[in-house]
Structures are given as structure tokens and as C-alpha cells.
Design a binder for this molecule. Structure first.
Ligand code: HEC
Ligand code: HEC
Ligand code: HEC
Ligand code: HEC
Ligand code: HEC
Length: 203
């Protein structure tokens, strides 16, 4: 009678089993992190400044019914969370964010993390467009800085939404957190690149 049969797997089978377990743990890890990151407080459990200030702005925005920056404006209006903008869009975007997050968690626990955190993977335009498709496609010249991108006859240069819409900089809710120093150079950049539209706006 052979009893040790169940343990005498061929090495390649062990390898396959190992890969399966690692894969399952990976899925479990992703599922666990994906669950945790729904909560804004989770982000601040590692991050110190300025992110604690970002969270504090959300709380003050609720209290005062007025927001200090575009991010907390989002929280105030529709409870938009940190992760809604920072999740990573598409398969590649999400995979990049998850890999960075794993590396960041390691850095945090190894005590080699920098604060404030430096942006490695900027918030993608798709992160904004998933909620604002109608706003950016609205026809008419008044919206040309947005709708040139959905016009098949045009090929404007790539500009980040967040180059113009700086998200964590304190500003005025009544002006929708528009900053001349951020916006005008980008208007100008597009005019220069496309060879149409006025120059000299940035001055
Ligand atoms: C396990 C600890 C930990 C948690 C939880 C965490 N972070 Fe981080 N995060 C870090 C560290 C460490 C860095 C890198 C700091 C450095 O530059 O060394 C970082 C970097 C970042 C960056 C800049 C790098 C990049 O991706 O471009 C952003 C944005 C960020 N985190 C957002 C978040 C958000 C949003 C959450 C909540 C959903 C969150 N973090 C949760 C530890 C954490
Ligand atoms: C409306 C989208 C949006 C929301 C909501 C948002 N962020 Fe950001 N975040 C950005 C963008 C865009 C940047 C890139 C820098 C910029 O434009 O200010 C950024 C930058 C960061 C950075 C990099 C360091 C820095 O200050 O530039 C961290 C860390 C971060 N956010 C954490 C958070 C946390 C924590 C929350 C929730 C309390 C949050 N974010 C909510 C869009 C958002
Ligand atoms: C989860 C959905 C969601 C995401 C993601 C999101 N937004 Fe918003 N955004 C909203 C909502 C909801 C409002 C508030 C609309 C209202 O009630 O006036 C808003 C308002 C705005 C406003 C108008 C501010 C004002 O005063 O009228 C701007 C500008 C804006 N978002 C830009 C962005 C940018 C840039 C990004 C990407 C970094 C982004 N949003 C990501 C849902 C979102
Ligand atoms: C060249 C600078 C620039 C870029 C790039 C830009 N915006 Fe804007 N955005 C503006 C300005 C200026 C306004 C205010 C327009 C107004 O009040 O008529 C605005 C207004 C908005 C609003 C408020 C609602 C509205 O239609 O007035 C939303 C939402 C918005 N932008 C989203 C986005 C998204 C999403 C992207 C990226 C796809 C983006 N923006 C890229 C300059 C820009
Ligand atoms: C995506 C590229 C792009 C961006 C971003 C952009 N523009 Fe333009 N703009 C154009 C083009 C192209 C024209 C030429 C007229 C046309 O084709 O619609 C133009 C024309 C104009 C004109 C002249 C209109 C006329 O009657 O000739 C003004 C004023 C203007 N833009 C202001 C702005 C401002 C202010 C911003 C920033 C908020 C901005 N533009 C952002 C591409 C852009």
C-alpha cells in the first residue's frame, strides 16, 4: 500500500500549485485593498501631511457648506471619495495604481516613505471624464477648450484636465477653483500648437 502518494507530486505540479496559491493570494490582496480604499480614512492611516489636511477640508466643507479646494468641493456636492479620482482607469491604469500601492505600503512599513508623497502616476483624464463626459462634450465655442477633443476633425495636443483644474490647491468656490496661472498657459499652448486662437493670454 502506498500512503505517501498525495505528497509525491511531480515538481512541475508543485510549481503550478504554488502559482495558483500566489495567484489566489494576489486576488485576495487586491480584493482586500479594493475594499479598504473605499474609505477616505484608510488613505490617511499612512499618509500624514498634506493628506490629513485634505481629509480635514472634507469635514470643514460639510460643516461650513463651502469648500476650500476642488477635491473637497466634490466631497461636499456628491460625497466623491479620494479613490474616485485616484483609483486608476482602465486595466493598465488600475494595475499601475495597485503596483504602486503595494510598493508604497512596503515603503511605509520599511520607514522609507517620503512625505509629502510625490506624484508618480498623475490622475488620468479618464478619471474625470467618467463623470464629466457631458460637460466636456457640450457643443459651442464657449466650451471649445473641452469639446475640441470630441471633434473628429480636430487633433488638439494632449493636455491634462488637472493642469487647468488644480485639485488640491485652496481657492474660491464661487470661481469654481479656476486659477489664471494654471489655465492661461494651457489655453495658449493649445493655440500655439494648433496655429489658431489668440496668443498672449498668459501675460
Ligand atoms: C499602506 C500605507 C498607505 C495607504 C493605506 C495609502 N497610501 Fe498613498 N502612499 C503611501 C506611500 C508610502 C506613498 C509614497 C511616498 C513616497 O513618495 O515615498 C504613497 C503615495 C501616494 C500618492 C502619490 C504617488 C502616485 O500614485 O502618483 C498618491 C496620489 C496616494 N498615495 C494616494 C493615496 C490614496 C488616495 C489612498 C487611499 C485610497 C492611499 N494613498 C492610501 C502609503 C499609503
Ligand atoms: C476630484 C479628484 C480628486 C479627489 C476627490 C482627491 N484627489 Fe488627490 N489629487 C488629485 C489630483 C488631480 C492630484 C494631482 C495634483 C493636483 O493637481 O493638485 C492629486 C494629488 C494627490 C496626492 C499627491 C500629493 C499632492 O498633494 O499633490 C495625494 C497624496 C492625494 N492627492 C491624496 C488624496 C486624498 C487622501 C484624497 C481624499 C481626502 C484625495 N486625494 C482626493 C485629484 C483628487
Ligand atoms: C465620481 C464622479 C466625479 C469624478 C471622478 C470627478 N468629478 Fe468633478 N464633479 C462631480 C460632481 C458630482 C460635481 C458637482 C456638480 C454640481 O453639483 O455642481 C463636480 C464638479 C466639478 C467641477 C465644477 C466646479 C463648480 O464649481 O461648478 C469641475 C471643474 C470638476 N468637477 C472637475 C473635475 C476634474 C478635473 C476631475 C478629475 C480630476 C473630476 N472633476 C472628477 C463628479 C465627479
Ligand atoms: C485649457 C484649460 C482646461 C482644460 C485642459 C480643461 N478644462 Fe475644464 N474648464 C476650464 C475652464 C476655463 C472652465 C470654466 C468654463 C466656464 O466657466 O465657462 C472649465 C470648466 C469645467 C467644468 C465645469 C462645468 C462646465 O462645463 O462649465 C468641468 C466639469 C470641467 N471643466 C471638466 C474638465 C475635464 C473633465 C477636463 C479634461 C477632459 C477639463 N475640464 C480640461 C478649463 C480647462
Ligand atoms: C484644445 C485646444 C484649445 C484650448 C485648450 C483652448 N483653445 Fe481657444 N481656440 C482654439 C482654436 C483651435 C481656436 C480657433 C477658433 C476655432 O477653431 O474654434 C481658438 C480660438 C479662441 C479664441 C478666439 C475666438 C475667435 O473668434 O477667433 C479665444 C478668445 C479663445 N480661443 C480663448 C481661449 C481660452 C481663454 C482658453 C482657455 C480657457 C482656450 N481658448 C483654450 C483651441 C483651444
Amino acid at each position: 500500500m502506498k500512503t505517501e502518494i498525495s505528497l509525491s507530486l511531480h515538481p512541475s505540479r508543485w510549481l503550478a500549485l504554488g502559482a495558483l496559491i500566489a495567484f489566489a493570494a494576489g486576488i485576495g490582496g487586491v480584493a482586500y485593498v479594493s475594499y479598504q480604499e473605499q474609505d477616505d480614512r484608510f488613505c490617511v492611516s499612512c499618509h500624514t501631511q498634506p493628506e490629513m489636511e485634505y481629509l480635514a477640508r472634507n469635514l470643514r466643507a460639510d460643516e461650513r457648506q463651502a469648500a476650500e479646494d476642488l477635491a473637497s468641493f466634490h466631497h461636499r456636492k456628491k460625497q466623491v471619495r479620494c479613490i474616485d479620482c485616484h483609483v486608476g482607469e482602465g486595466f493598465l491604469g488600475r494595475a499601475t495604481v495597485l503596483s504602486l500601492a503595494a510598493w508604497d505600503a512596503f515603503k511605509h512599513h520599511a520607514g522609507i516613505a517620503r512625505q509629502p508623497a510625490a506624484i508618480v502616476f498623475p490622475v488620468q483624464n479618464e478619471a474625470c471624464i467618467k463623470c464629466h463626459a457631458q460637460d466636456v462634450q457640450k457643443p459651442g465655442f464657449e466650451n471649445h477648450e473641452h469639446n475640441k477633443y470630441s471633434d473628429p476633425k480636430e487633433s488638439p495636443p494632449f493636455i491634462r484636465c488637472t493642469d487647468c483644474h488644480v485639485t488640491h490647491r485652496p481657492g474660491d468656490e464661487r470661481t469654481a477653483f479656476q486659477f489664471r496661472d494654471a489655465i492661461f498657459p494651457k489655453c495658449e499652448y493649445c493655440h500655439v500648437t494648433m496655429g489658431r486662437g489668440p496668443r498672449g493670454l498668459a501675460k
